[in-house]
Design a protein around this ligand. Sequence first.
Ligand code: 5AD
Ligand code: SF4
Length: 473
Amino acid sequence: MMLPNLKDAKKRTKNKIQIIKDDYVIPNDVKNVGINKKYHIITYGCQMNVHDSENISAILEDMKYIRTDNMDEADIIVINTCAIRENAHNKVVGMLGRIKHLRETKKDIITIFCGCMAQEESIANMIKDKYKWVDIVFGTHNIHKLPIYLSDLYKSRKQEIEVYSIEGVVYEGIPVKRDSKYKAWVNIMYGCDKFCTYCIVPYTRGKQRSRLPEDILKEVEELKKEGYMEITLLGQNVNAYGKDLDINYTMTNLLEDVAKIGIPRVRFITSHPWDFTDDMIDVIAKYDNVMPYIHLPIQSGSSRILKLMGRRYTKEEYIELFNKIKNKIPNVAISTDIIVGFPGETEEDFKDTLEVVDKLKYDLAYTFIFSKRVGTPAYNMEDNVSMEEKKERLARLNELVNKYANINNMKYKDKVVEVLIEGASEKQGYLMGYTDTMKLVNVKCDESYLGKIVNVKITDVKTWSLDGELYNE
Ligand code: 5AD
Ligand code: SF4
């Protein structure tokens, strides 16, 4: 048993990051263990977690398990968790309750608990003490060891908890079963060293570590050969890509080399304003296949709060960057993340946030109430704003955010846009996809258009989506 430890998770050394290519093995006794058995996987949180679940799926399928979307018929249930805010906790506890209930009739279900929550000391201890029936717990650093844990479990039938609190290494050669045939996630880096004072990610995912350019480019080339239409380069802080490598190669170089491979659509998330360089903006503007959509979290519009958050930019610097991006990249859409109710946020600070949103008119903003995370510096900051006040601020902010989402969408009315048709829509007779600017569009068409980029004339506009029909000149 190895439980997580916050002190170790915090440490950062100057040690060179190891790249490990041959650590994924399936012990003989579990090579075919999944024959006639099904797995179900529940994923919470960000795209990084979604992509980790694609790895977990592939690992289970390597042992011959088959995926099922129906939890009731699963032999293995995997919960891949998120720790970014406290409310995730309740959802996961609820899910554990459901699984416990299922186990009453099906005793031999294997339950696996993994992801960012497993990296939290209090959660791992809670599973150890109160959920003894959960079979395997592993964290974000050791997904590839799942076959070994399963092998041990079959031998001993004892709860196995192994969570590393380390800076982390880069593993290559872990299999992936992608959810989509058209869109693919490509990790370019892991972890984060920014240590924003509210954020738990640097503790749950370790030190910033970039994959080698040749490994990323090889993966993208393979995706091109397989016919993928879109890739998204993934990292907690993609603009800092390469800074931890000894080579003179940056996110700008990587984005340009990836663009040249020629997949029709290239995206990247998430950008931290701190590392966003002018030459990066130039590359986005230069290549038609680098999509004009940027997620640029501001977090707060108050320079005082930004300082307390450890964001390393002021309101003015952020606005300058925002305008530079808008001026240099035609038709660009920009979205953001905003936290309200950070400890000590006054009405004045909050009004600064409203003012910035009113000025920048985001295409979309994801808004959150500050959530205290154990071990982060903000956990101990004095917080004298009531929850009621925070909720009220969130509602006021959302009203403004929605107004601009709607105004921005209205610009699309009667326009013809390119949409990559990717899947079922909630609307009958329609499929859904996204524009280059990341607008969700329901398109009246049949399944023969799946995986194709088509011209769509927008007929109807809503705050969160657009409706349209195929357009032929
Ligand atoms: N409380 C509320 N929101 C948070 N985020 C990160 N940490 C917290 C927290 N402790 C938000 C940030 C980040 C997004 C992914 O989640 O806005 O950009
Ligand atoms: Fe968290 Fe800040 Fe790192 Fe983003 S940049 S993952 S908000 S610490």
